[in-house]
Design a protein around this ligand. Structure first.
Ligand code: DUC
Ligand code: ZN
Ligand code: ZN
Length: 469
């Protein structure tokens, strides 16, 4: 089947131009100058009119947790519901985290994740590996996983007793990464200090969701970020710091990058738009909707504006969602009277492309930077580039036709397709709209809605990062 997307403005990370995009089967085969003799000679089976719209690579959300076990419950989106929501929102690849906790075998967990995702995904998917128990066997598994297309490994400096690695364990895992080329991803918060602050807050009777934020202060994030950077420097491992929310942590990342170190920062839409005061501080138990870690930061301290700035400077390398949704009923409610029992996470996989496009409309980032942080650099960062993240001959035809004159109202009733009983983004109005979404040449969302299938998405083996300095 051949498809020609005509008349759209093709936006890449480096520039924008009017081009027709020719697709044959699952791949892009050519970009054609509109009105040229060659373009006129093409007789596609399907033509999609993209005049007045942007034609961009499908979004890559490099940080999701479908069905993640957390705090005695599971993230409420399955691979089926979560990837369908991703498709609605113009994300055509997710990279989800296989979880290895203490006492578990890495390879057993990888098999479990393949079982959960296989045959259930609306869009293509890949995996990172969480190493929650660094030991001889899991270090050996890191080498094996590189050959299986799982080329990045997340470690935790938070959650003592569950996922936290000691500095010695981090050092060992980084040495393994430096040797095998894998990318070390870090949840950088000082978990031991935070645990004491949490216990002290609860003892004072400060039990509401707001105190989740105040017991995870920016100092705990900056300190851990600094420690991770130093250990990476010591071992020569590249380092990707996930879900950075504190401006001070990003300043440290920027400093390491300026010194030439292979250090990268990721942030998420919630840290760009939402705050400690407005969301976590909402009346009663409402703030539980926004309990995630790292936490939302104070607007008075100006973290949000600084994070946008770091997207412009390039020190924020990618914007992912850390999609880890929980319903209020029976899930977030586990923490009524004790914020430390609220499952951590926010659902945004459906809204990332729109929320970041609003940053373009608001003059915070350029059109090209939008595509760069949401599509192209995630592909390069995680060994998907060429196949994903770019509109070029030979690439998978993962394409979003985005309407800058359209409108998207976000909310549970309005547009939401994630398996959640609330929206962290209720009432957000976006000056743009995901019109048509193609995954490997197949239209999976059009003006009528989602028209894909759960058997469409395939596991993508990733190569080593293509984005090191
Ligand atoms: N942070 C979250 O908010 N949820 C899942 C895990 C994490 O690190
Ligand atoms: Zn994390
Ligand atoms: Zn996460």
């Amino acid at each position: 089947m051949t498809t020609l997307i005509t008349g759209g403005l093709v936006v890449s990370a480096t520039g924008s131009s009017l081009q027709d995009v020719l697709i044959d089967g699952e791949r892009i085969v050519a970009l054609l100058a509109p009105g040229s003799a060659i373009a006129a000679s093409v007789q596609p089976e399907v033509t999609i009119d993209a005049r007045g719209k942007y034609v961009i690579p499908g979004g890559i959300d490099a940080h999701t947790h479908m069905e993640m076990p957390f705090g005695g419950t599971f993230a409420s989106d399955t691979f089926e519901t979560g990837t369908r929501a991703a498709a609605w929102g113009g994300t055509t690849t997710i990279v989800d985290f296989v979880v290895q906790a203490h006492g578990q075998r890495v390879q057993d967990q990888v098999a479990l994740w393949h079982e959960k995702a296989g045959g259930n995904c609306a869009v293509d998917y890949a995996f990172h590996q969480i190493i929650g128990d660094v030991n001889h066997e899991s270090l050996k598994a890191m080498d094996e996983l590189i050959g299986e297309g799982i080329t990045s490994f997340k470690l935790f400096m938070a959650y003592p007793g569950v996922f936290l690695s000691s500095d010695g364990q981090i050092l060992q895992a980084m040495q393994a990464g430096a040797a095998n080329g894998g990318l070390i991803m870090m949840h950088a918060e000082n978990g031991s200090a935070i645990d004491v602050l949490v216990q002290q807050a609860l003892a004072r009777g400060d039990t509401s969701p707001y105190f989740h934020g105040t017991s995870r202060p920016w100092q705990a994030e900056q300190e851990a970020t600094h420690r991770a950077i130093m250990l990476a420097d010591l071992t020569g491992a590249p380092l990707y710091v996930v879900h950075v929310s504190a401006k001070q942590a990003l300043a440290r990342i920027a400093e390491a990058r300026n010194a030439g170190q292979n250090v990268f920062g990721e942030t998420c839409p919630q840290y760009l738009y939402l705050s400690l005061e407005e969301q976590l501080g909402a009346p009663g138990f409402e703030g539980a909707k926004w309990v995630c870690s790292t936490p939302l930061r104070s607007r008075a301290e100006g973290h949000q504006d600084e994070l946008w700035k770091y997207i412009r400077t390039g020190d924020v390398t990618t914007v992912s969602t850390d999609h880890c949704p929980f319903c209020m009923k029976d899930q977030k409610e586990l923490g009524i009277g004790d914020f430390s029992k609220i499952p951590n996470g926010i659902g945004s996989v459906e809204h990332r492309m729109d929320l970041l496009f609003q940053g373009v409309v608001d003059g915070r980032i350029s059109l090209e930077r939008w595509v760069d942080v949401c599509c192209t650099t995630p592909a390069r960062m995680f060994g998907l580039y060429g196949k994903k993240g770019v509109i070029a001959a030979g690439a998978d035809a993962d394409i979003v036709i985005y309407d800058p004159s359209g409108h998207t109202s976000i909310g549970v009733e309005a547009t939401h397709h994630m398996n959640m009983d609330y929206s962290a983004w209720e009432g957000y109005e976006i000056d743009g709209h995901v019109d048509v979404v193609l995954s490997r040449g197949t239209v999976i969302k059009d003006g009528t809605g989602y028209i894909g299938s759960k058997s469409h998405g395939r596991f993508v083996k990733r190569s080593l990062s293509q984005n090191l300095i």
